[in-house]
Design a protein around this ligand. Sequence first.
Ligand code: CP
Length: 364
Amino acid sequence: MFKAVATPLRRRESNTEFTPAKRTADGQSTSETCAKLVKTANGSSMRGHSLVAIGQLGLEDVAEIMRTAGQMHELVKCSGGDNSLKGKVLASVFYEPSTRTNCSFQAAMLRLGGQVISVNESSSSVAKGETLSDTVRCLECYCDVLVLRHPKAGAASEAAAAMSTPLLNAGDGVGEHPSQALLDLYTIIDELSASSAALAADSVRALKSELSGKVITMVGDLKNGRTVHSLAKLLSRFEVVLRFVSPESLRMPQEVIQQCSTGAQWTQHDRLTDDILQETDILYVTRVQKERFANLDDYNEVKDAFIISPATLAKMKATARVMHPLPRVGEIDPRCDQDPRAAYFRQMRNGMYVRMALLRLILS
Ligand code: CP
């Protein structure tokens, strides 16, 4: 059974009873579907486990998360949520700013009937010099799951080692952001598949088939962007083609490249050429992370290296999609927002369904 954060989750055949229901013509689910949704997640192998790095998850776990997220999407449409996590408390601990991750985890817990307590660096005894380990050991006395964002890579692993309550890494510096990678995967499948993500990712085989041969181009700050680190590691376990496009100084770290080399095909570029745009299925754009630069001149030199405009989209396939973990600070022209291929706001919404799924699977 999974315990240490560095150990992969136990691989096993899916045991969920739920069969994802097809959406009706008007996109609504049947009441029968709603009734089944309550039964999901019993006996998940993720129960009680932390999620610090994306590599901890087996492909069966990933498929289970995708399937459950699809169910959570239906549940929210049917009834807004349920009381499956009634009596459970989530501690939201954010030492770095966040809009999406923090609020979507909190909304996810509330929609499942649980409750939330939250602290940040200035409102907790960290301001008095308390260590991270002592802080989380304190908070686990009051909660059933802890969500941590921290500016230091490795902080989530350090905190998880100090606790016995499950911890979800909500971004540790330039390290990882595993729940973002899962919501990105859900979005990729949902956007590129003819059916809902819950159907398209019903099994590992279905997931592999949906992703096979897809060209995913990551552009921007690949050095400091934790979202692309986790996503590249996750995608490299499928037969996808990865294009890494960045200025020389913001290349994907070697550690991530090494993991990609075990699975996917990948190439590295310093220009977003027309050829790359034309073959791309998913253009994953990232912000140049000003807060990670020691020298402002270095930031100014690369901050506008890639700006996606309607002219960029004009070179892409009609079926392609543009994604971004957000926030954006100029790298996607707002005029792109009207293009149906702009998926970044739908991606942001999917974050709540995926985090509802994670909480269900870990706490149910
Ligand atoms: N995508 C993401 O992590 O956004 P926030 O920083 O707003 O949480």
